[in-house]
Design a protein around this ligand. Structure first.
Ligand code: ADP
Length: 417
């Protein structure tokens, strides 16, 4: 009997990536493909999916036992009864719909970029002859996955969160079902649930076994979390990218829309998250990556900088302090650039610690260890400042690619109960 491999596919903002792993989580093959257009439509996504499958070595493809796909959250399509897109996709950051007043303030759908806001925009602005053909509202990952399994209108509870799905009760709330878009809503499974075997034509075309299962996917940021290795209550993941993003596994859901904190279900646990406007984008404004590396080596993290910064590029913060008027605090600025950087990193470490304290104050339970991902993760001076500010162990993420997290989902390696 041949060993099975598991394929995770990540559709991101500029391109897609696929990672195949074995049943122990070891990477067997990895491939990527940029979109052929700057503003890719569903056809471009499809082309990218087929290219990725083509690029996986034939012997690996032949042994794939399950496939799962993640997409960018709140990127949606409206489709006809044959699951053919009726409109170009509305992307994750598209805010044309405005905040949907019909969604309760505590709902993650109560946002101008939510999937719900986009659906309501279609309802209002699409011509009648298009609307009469509309049958399925699906997310990017749902639609791509359906190309493999052939069943229309199926989603997962991570993708469906910003549509207004209630992951606590595993149902769409009444206020949503009774809207005019009610009939468009996809059926929702748990991420990693089996949807169906791969369609025979697709299996044949790529020489994939017809017994290969297509499993429900998730969103890109949940997939990146799953890649890190975090799995127990109290495990946090800090992403030191352009912004500072905190995620924490909690036994209870927390939704505090005012500070942008909301919760994704993950099995019997909840992934609670918040994002600060501070982070790498502020560092990049003052220093390039080489300067960051060199200057960081001049920092003595056992000393305090004596500076009291709140690094922001523009005024306004949501988490851990919810204050749209909060001004950046970046003075006094010392002459030595290493000293200035010391103050910035120290402040970001303090804001990160404040962030976890805020989640704990909202009821998440204690943070026990923090995995680190993103461009700032390799900075050892920052690491030490963070470990002092947090007072708990900091562990490197085992993997940071969303495709790897989704491959773990396909392999059934995610045990969150
Ligand atoms: P994005 O959120 O854009 O995906 P990345 O995870 O790629 O971000 O991280 C990019 C950020 O990492 C940049 O804003 C940059 O300031 C920061 N960065 C890169 N190298 C370092 C370093 N050595 N120390 C601290 N920050 C760094």
């Amino acid at each position: 009997v041949l060993e099975s491999f598991y394929l995770g596919i990540d559709f991101g903002t500029s391109g897609a990536r696929a990672i195949a792993i074995d049943s122990l989580g070891q990477i067997i093959a990895e491939t990527r493909c940029q979109y052929r257009s700057d503003a890719p439509n569903a056809d471009d996504w499809k082309h990218t999916l087929w290219t990725l499958l083509d690029q996986i070595p034939g012997n690996v493809r032949h042994q794939i036992g399950a496939i799962s796909i993640n997409g960018t959250s709140a990127t949606v399509l409206l489709c006809d009864r044959n699951h053919r897109p009726l409109t170009p996709p509305l992307l994750y950051n598209d805010a044309r719909g405005g905040i949907p007043a019909v969604a309760p303030v505590s709902s993650p759908a109560h946002s101008a970029t939510s999937s719900l806001a986009k659906a309501l925009w279609w309802l209002k602005y699409l011509p009648d002859n298009t609307l009469t053909q509309a049958q399925y509202l699906v997310h990017q990952a749902d639609w791509l996955s359906s190309l493999l399994h052939g069943h229309p209108g199926i989603s997962d509870y991570n993708n469906a969160l910003k549509l207004g799905y209630d992951p606590q009760h595993l149902t769409y709330p009444d206020w949503l079902q009774t809207l005019e878009i009610g009939p468009w809503l996809p059926r929702v499974l748990a991420p990693g649930d089996v949807i169906a075997p791969i369609q025979p034509e697709v299996a044949q075309r790529f020489n994939i076994s017809p017994t290969c299962l297509i499993k429900a996917g998730t969103t890109d940021s949940i997939a990146a979390f799953l890649a890190s290795g975090a799995s127990r209550p109290g495990d946090g993941v800090t992403s030191l990218g352009s912004t500072l993003v905190l995620k924490l596994l909690s036994p209870i859901a927390i939704n505090d829309t005012a500070s942008g904190v909301y919760s994704h279900r993950l099995g019997q646990q909840w992934l609670v998250g918040g994002a600060s406007n501070t982070g790498g984008a502020v560092l990049r404004y003052y220093f390039d990556d080489a300067e960051l590396r060199n200057l960081s080596q001049q920092i003595d993290p056992t000393q305090t900088s004596g500076l009291d910064y709140y690094p922001l590029l523009t005024k306004g913060e949501r988490f851990p302090i919810n204050n749209p008027q909060l001004e950046p605090q970046l003075s006094p600025r010392p002459q030595a650039p290493a000293k200035f950087l010391h103050g910035l990193l120290e402040a970001m470490a303090r804001i990160e610690a404040l962030g976890y304290q805020k989640l704990m104050a909202l009821g998440s339970g204690d943070v026990k260890q923090v995995y680190t991902a993103g461009g700032g993760a390799q900075n050892t001076a920052w690491q030490q400042l963070r470990s002092q500010a947090l007072g708990i162990p900091i562990v490197p993420a085992s993997h940071t690619e969303a495709a790897y997290g989704t491959a773990r989902l396909a392999a059934g390696l995610i045990q969150l109960n």
